[in-house]
Unconditional design. Structure first.
Length: 262
């Protein structure tokens, strides 16, 4: 019984500590850079809480199976609990049911915490308004632009068409960096772009990085400003090693030079 009490106290502390962190956030900050970073931190915390809930669900399922089968079922160990705090799965039915109730209570607390994060995130996004966070240059040490934003004669098709981004030539395999905090919405192959990564940022921006030799992030990843997301290459319709870099704000295409610090 002592182990059970220790477990529930340890788990409950997680919810309490997390709540202190989220309530400390200033949702009235005037700096779009600070707000974007706060949203990133909230998303990382929410991802961790969702992982904890998944592990708790596994524990609850195991314990329910142990009641129905009267067999000893291995418990899925939570990463934040030491071995000495694990519940003995050979407890009688009443004890196991009490343990399930405790886990379900913890799950409810974590779910409430996620709801609080969602509310804070919405408030932060509302405070950004028209203030767009400036991003960083996506390739360290390579500042040349081989093809600017705007209409041009396409180097391969020879047709006049809008070049939706800028081309930044660099050595094969050099890291391509996320220009700002965000979530990867696509990582794969698209016609023309070859290997390409799409990132939705937290202030209305969407950035695109194309012709990569390799994508090193996957859809759903939460990325930091300056985090490597791909490698320079020449896949798709391309004449040499470079990254095709596009930016839009709330669906409107922009010249990337207006929104990044070169």
């Amino acid at each position: 019984m002592l182990k059970k009490v220790k477990l529930l106290i340890a788990l409950s502390l997680i919810t309490t500590i997390s709540t202190i962190n989220v309530n400390a956030l200033d949702t009235t900050s005037s700096s779009s850079d600070e707000i974007v970073k706060d949203i990133y931190d909230l998303k990382i915390e929410k991802e961790d809480l969702q992982s904890q809930i998944s592990k708790i669900d596994d524990m609850i399922s195991s314990k329910k199976e142990s009641i129905s089968s009267e067999d000893s079922v291995e418990v899925v160990q939570l990463s934040f609990i030491d071995d000495d705090s694990l519940i003995n799965t050979n407890s009688d039915e009443n004890v196991v049911e009490a343990e399930i109730e405790g886990l379900e209570g913890l799950k409810a607390g974590l779910t409430e915490r996620i709801n609080s994060i969602n509310e804070k995130e919405s408030n932060l996004k509302a405070n950004i308004g028209e203030n767009i966070s400036y991003g960083i240059w996506p390739v360290n040490g390579f500042n040349e632009i081989s093809s600017p934003f705007g209409y041009r004669i396409h180097p391969i098709t020879k047709e006049k068409k809008l070049h939706k981004g800028i081309d930044i030539p660099a050595n094969y395999g050099v890291d391509i960096l996320s220009t700002d905090y965000g979530v990867v919405t696509f990582s794969g192959v698209k016609n023309g772009y070859g290997n390409v990564v799409y990132i939705e940022h937290f202030d209305g921006k969407v950035s695109i990085y194309g012709h990569n030799s390799e994508n090193i992030v996957k859809e759903g990843d939460i990325v930091e400003k300056g985090q490597p997301i791909a490698k320079i290459g020449s896949t798709g319709i391309s004449t040499g090693n470079h990254v095709h870099f596009e930016l839009s704000v709330n669906g409107e295409l922009k010249n990337p030079l207006e929104l990044v610090n070169r």
